[in-house]
Design a protein around this ligand. Structure first.
Ligand SMILES: NC(=O)c1ccc[n+]([C@@H]2O[C@H](COP(=O)([O-])OP(=O)(O)OC[C@H]3O[C@@H](n4cnc5c(N)ncnc54)[C@H](OP(=O)(O)O)[C@@H]3O)[C@@H](O)[C@H]2O)c1
Length: 299
C-alpha cells in the first residue's frame, strides 16, 4: 500500500507494509485525514522513516478479530497514535466512532484530535451555563471547536483571532477581539493555546477563582508570569491538558462529537480540503498560518 513516510527531505508518499491488526483492532481503508499543528514539530524531529498521522476517516475493511467494534463496510472516524496518513491503518475499536451518512469523510477526519481536545479541555472548567469564556487561538482547528462547544454548553464566548475571523460569530462567539490584551473579561474560564504574552494577558482577564486551561503554545514563546499576576485574580488556577494523558479512550467522546455534527450543532468545516498528493503544500500552509480551521487531505 501507499503511505506517508517522513524522511530527512520531508514527508513523501511511498510504498509501506500493510498493517497487521491486533485482535482488538479493525482494519480501516482511509478516505481522508487531517493535519495537526503538533505534527509539524514531530515531522521536523522524527525524520528516519517515521509514519505520521492521528486523525482519520474511512471505511472498515475488516472488523476487529475479537468481534468488538463496527463490521466491514461501516464508515468511521478515528484517533490513532500514528501511521494514519496511509491507504490503510489498524485502529483499536475503542478509538473510533461510526460516521452516519450525513457526516462527510472530510468532516469526520477533522473531528478527532482537535474536537476531543476542545471537548475535554472545556470539561476541566466545569459547568458552562451562564459562564464567561475566553478562547485564544480561536480561529485554529481546536479554537473553532472550542468556540462552538462552549456556546453549545451555554457560555458567553469571547474569541481571540488575529489573522482569520472566518464565521467565528456564526459559530457562537459574542465578541471577537484581535489580541488577548483586548479581552476585558472577567472570564470564568479561559482556554489558552498561544502561550508567551498571550497567557500572561489572559491571566489579567481572569475572574477571581477562574480556571485557565493551558492546551498549547502555538507562538513557541515562554510566558512571563509570576505570583503578582494573580493579584486581583486570586484563586485562579492554571490546569494543563495533554490529550495523550487523558484516562479514557477516544471512542465514546468522538461519538459525542459525531452526534453533534450529524445534528447540525457542531460544524467541522475544514479550511482546506485537497488530495493527499498536495501534502507538502498543505503542511506549508498550516505552518505559515494560512488556514483557518482544519486542513484535510483526501485519498
Ligand atoms: N494539549 C493537547 O493535547 C493539544 C491537542 C491539540 C492541539 N494542541 C495545541 O493547541 C494549539 C492549537 O492547535 P491547532 O491544531 O488548533 O493549531 P492551528 O489550527 O494552527 O491554530 C493555531 C491558532 O493559534 C493562533 N496563533 C496566534 N499566534 C500564533 C503563532 N505565533 N503561531 C501560530 N499560531 C498562532 C492562530 O491564529 P491566526 O489566525 O492569527 O494564525 C490560530 O488561531 C497548538 O499549540 C497545538 O500544539 C494541544
Amino acid at each position: 500500500m501507499k503511505a506517508v513516510i517522513n524522511t530527512t527531505d520531508g514527508p513523501i508518499i511511498a510504498s509501506a507494509d500493510e498493517p497487521v491488526p491486533a485482535p482488538h483492532e479493525a482494519l480501516v481503508a482511509v478516505r481522508a485525514f487531517a493535519l495537526n499543528r503538533g505534527e509539524l514539530a514531530l515531522l521536523d524531529s522524527r525524520t528516519g522513516g517515521w509514519r505520521p498521522g492521528q486523525d482519520i476517516a474511512g471505511v472498515v475493511v475488516e472488523q476487529a478479530a475479537d468481534g468488538t467494534g463496527p463490521v466491514a463496510g461501516t464508515r468511521v472516524a478515528a484517533l490513532v497514535e500514528q501511521a494514519g496518513w496511509a491507504e490503510r491503518v489498524a485502529v483499536p475499536a475503542d478509538r473510533l466512532a461510526v460516521l452516519p451518512d450525513q457526516v462527510s469523510m472530510a468532516q469526520g477526519a477533522a473531528l478527532p484530535l482537535a474536537g476531543l481536545t476542545a471537548l475535554r479541555a472545556l470539561r476541566l472548567g466545569g459547568a458552562l451555563l451562564g459562564r464567561r469564556v475566553l478562547i485564544t487561538g480561536a480561529s485554529g482547528g481546536v479554537g473553532r471547536f472550542l468556540v462552538e462547544l462552549a456556546t453549545l454548553g451555554g457560555a458567553t464566548v469571547t474569541a481571540v483571532a488575529g489573522r482569520h475571523t472566518r464565521d467565528l460569530a456564526a459559530l457562537g462567539a459574542s465578541e471577537v477581539v484581535a489580541a488577548t490584551d483586548q479581552a476585558t473579561g472577567p472570564y470564568d474560564l479561559i482556554v489558552e493555546s498561544v502561550g508567551g504574552a498571550s497567557l500572561a494577558e489572559a491571566l489579567r482577564a481572569a475572574a477571581p477563582g477562574a480556571t485557565v486551561v493551558l492546551i498549547g503554545s502555538s507562538s513557541g514563546a515562554k510566558s512571563p508570569i509570576d505570583i503578582y499576576d494573580f493579584v486581583g485574580h486570586e484563586g485562579t488556577r492554571i490546569v494543563s491538558f495533554l490529550s495523550y494523558a487523558h484516562p479514557d479512550p477516544p471512542g465514546a467522546d468522538l461519538e459525542v462529537l459525531v452526534t453533534f455534527t450529524a445534528a447540525d450543532r457542531l460544524h467541522p468545516t475544514p479550511g482546506l480540503v485537497e488530495d493527499w498528493s498536495k501534502l507538502p503544500a498543505a503542511l506549508a500552509a498550516l505552518r505559515e498560518r494560512r488556514i483557518s480551521g482544519k486542513a484535510v487531505l483526501t485519498l
